[in-house]
Design a protein around this ligand. Structure first.
Ligand code: TRH
Length: 380
C-alpha cells in the first residue's frame, strides 16, 4: 500500500545522518513505491553527497523524493501517514500537535543509530507514549540480527558491486576519472576516511617504511587535513605525495555513488561513524572502523560489540591481529604502527572473510522493508 512519509533530518555535524536518511528515503520511494518527503536543515552538506541537490531551493524532487529545506521557522503542512525522526531530532512543536489532531494518528518512529550491541534487540520496536498528547513514538534500531531493524541495503547492490569488482576495465576507468594513475598492481590500495586520530602519525610512519608499497587514497576532509599536518605541507585534492613507500593520493570529496566505488576498488578501507562503516562491509573488502568518539568511551564498547560479531569467524591467527589493530585505532594508540605489518600480512584471510561477511549481512533483513512492514502493521 502506498503511504505518505515525512522523514526529518538534522545534519548537526558530519555526513552520517543525512547519508542514512537519504538512502532510506530513496529506497522507500524507488523500491517500495512510497510517497516520501525528506526534510533537511542543511542542504549544502546534502549536496556534497548528492550533486543533484540544489542548496538554494526550498523544495525539489530528486529520484521521486520530495526534498524540503527545513528552516528554523517551520511552515506548517499536513503530517504524513508515517513520520520518521532521524536520530532523535526534535520535531517542530506545531507539526507534533498536527500529528495529534490527525486521525488516524501517524505512526511515529525514532530511527536510532546502527549498533552491534546485543541490548538493541530488546529495545527495537518499543513504544514510548507521548507525555501529554495521544501519540506513541516507536524506537527503531538498525542492527546485525534478525531481531533488530536490519540494515540499509538497496536491492541489486551486491550484483552491481560484483560486476564492478570483476571488471578490470571498469576499475581502470574509475581510477582514471579520479585523476589517478592505476595504482601499481603490487601496491596495497587503502582508502582513508577517519576523524582526527592521534594514532595516524604512527600509521603513516609504518606505511612509509613498509617494503610493500601503500597507496593511500584520501577524500578531502579531516583525514586529509591531518595528513597535511603530518607531512608538514598542504596536500591539495588532485595531488599526490610520496613519502618513502607511501603514496598519498588526495582526491575531492566524492558523491555517494563514487564513494561506494572507491570502497569497492580498494584492498582495505578505513571508515568511520555509521554509514561509511556499513558501506565498507557491503563492499566485501576488509575494513578498519573508527567509531564516532563519544563520552565515557561508549564508542569503545560499540567497537568491541562489532568486533565480537565480525571477528568471531576470522581464523585464529588473523582474528586477534584484526581486533588488536581496530582497538588501537579507536583508542588512538600508537600501537597501530606496531600492528600494521601483522594486519597486512593477514590480508588474504581478511579479504576472504570480508566477502563472506558481506554475503551474511542480508540475514539481518532490509531496514527499509522491515520499517515499512512495522509501520503498516500499526496503521491497519
Ligand atoms: O560523517 P560521519 O562521521 O557521520 C557521523 C556518524 O553518522 C555518527 O554516527 C553520527 O553520530 C555523527 O556523524 C554525528 O560518518 P558516516 O556515518 O560514515 O557518514 C559519512 C557519509 O559520507 C557516508 O554516507 C559516506 C559519505 N561519503 C561520501 O559520500 N563521499 C566521500 O568522499 C566520503 C569520504 C564519505
Amino acid at each position: 500500500m502506498v503511504r505518505t512519509w515525512d522523514i526529518f533530518c538534522s545534519v548537526v555535524d558530519n555526513f552520517g545522518d543525512i547519508g542514512v536518511c537519504w538512502r532510506l528515503a530513496r529506497q522507500l520511494s524507488s523500491e517500495l513505491g512510497q510517497s516520501v518527503r525528506l526534510w533537511v536543515d542543511d542542504l549544502a552538506s546534502f549536496h556534497r553527497l548528492c550533486r543533484a541537490v540544489n542548496p538554494a531551493r526550498t523544495s525539489q524532487f530528486i529520484d521521486a523524493v520530495e526534498v524540503r529545506h527545513w528552516y528554523v521557522t517551520f511552515q506548517q503542512v499536513e503530517p504524513a501517514d508515517i513520520v520518521i525522526e532521524g536520530f532523535g531530532v526534535r520535531l517542530p512543536a506545531a507539526y507534533v500537535e498536527a500529528m495529534a489532531a490527525r486521525l488516524p494518528h501517524p505512526v511515529w518512529i525514532n530511527l536510532e543509530y546502527l549498533s552491534a550491541e546485543s541490548w538493541i534487540d530488546g529495545c527495537h520496536g518499543l513504544p514510548s507514549p507521548h507525555p501529554s498528547l495521544p501519540l506513541v513514538k516507536y524506537f527503531f534500531f538498525p542492527g546485525f540480527t534478525s531481531a533488530s531493524g536490519g540494515l540499509l541495503m538497496e536491492s541489486g547492490l551486491a550484483q552491481a558491486r560484483e560486476t564492478f569488482q570483476s571488471d578490470p576495465a571498469a576499475m581502470a576507468v574509475f581510477w582514471h576519472a579520479l585523476g589517478l594513475a592505476l595504482p601499481d598492481g603490487g601496491a596495497l590500495r587503502v582508502s582513508l576516511f577517519c576523524y582526527d586520530n592521534a594514532a595516524l602519525p604512527a600509521l603513516v610512519e609504518a606505511w612509509c617504511s613498509d617494503p610493500l608499497p601503500v597507496v593511500c587514497i584520501v577524500p578531502e576532509g579531516a583525514a586529509l587535513a591531518q595528513l597535511s599536518r603530518i607531512a608538514n605541507q598542504r596536500i591539495e585534492p588532485g595531488s599526490c605525495l610520496k613519502l618513502g613507500g607511501l603514496t598519498i593520493a588526495a582526491i575531492p570529496f566524492l558523491d555517494m555513488e563514487h564513494y561506494d566505488r572507491l570502497l569497492w576498488a580498494c584492498d582495505l578501507n578505513f571508515v568511520r561513524g555509521e554509514d561509511s562503516f556499513l558501506r565498507a562491509q557491503l563492499a566485501a573488502r576488509p575494513l578498519v572502523w573508527q567509531a564516532y568518539p563519544q563520552e565515557e568511551s561508549a564508542h569503545l564498547r560499540k567497537t568491541s560489540a562489532f568486533l565480537e560479531r565480525y571477528a568471531s569467524a576470522l581464523d585464529s591467527a588473523a582474528g586477534p591481529v584484526f581486533c588488536a589493530f581496530t582497538r588501537a585505532w579507536n583508542r588512538e594508540s600508537t600501537d597501530v604502527g606496531r600492528h600494521w605489518t601483522a594486519l597486512r600480512f593477514h590480508r588474504k584471510s581478511l579479504s576472504a572473510h570480508a566477502r563472506c561477511w558481506a554475503g551474511k549481512l542480508a540475514a539481518s533483513g532490509s531496514l527499509a522493508i522491515k520499517l515499512a512492514e512495522f509501520c503498516e502493521d500499526r496503521l491497519k
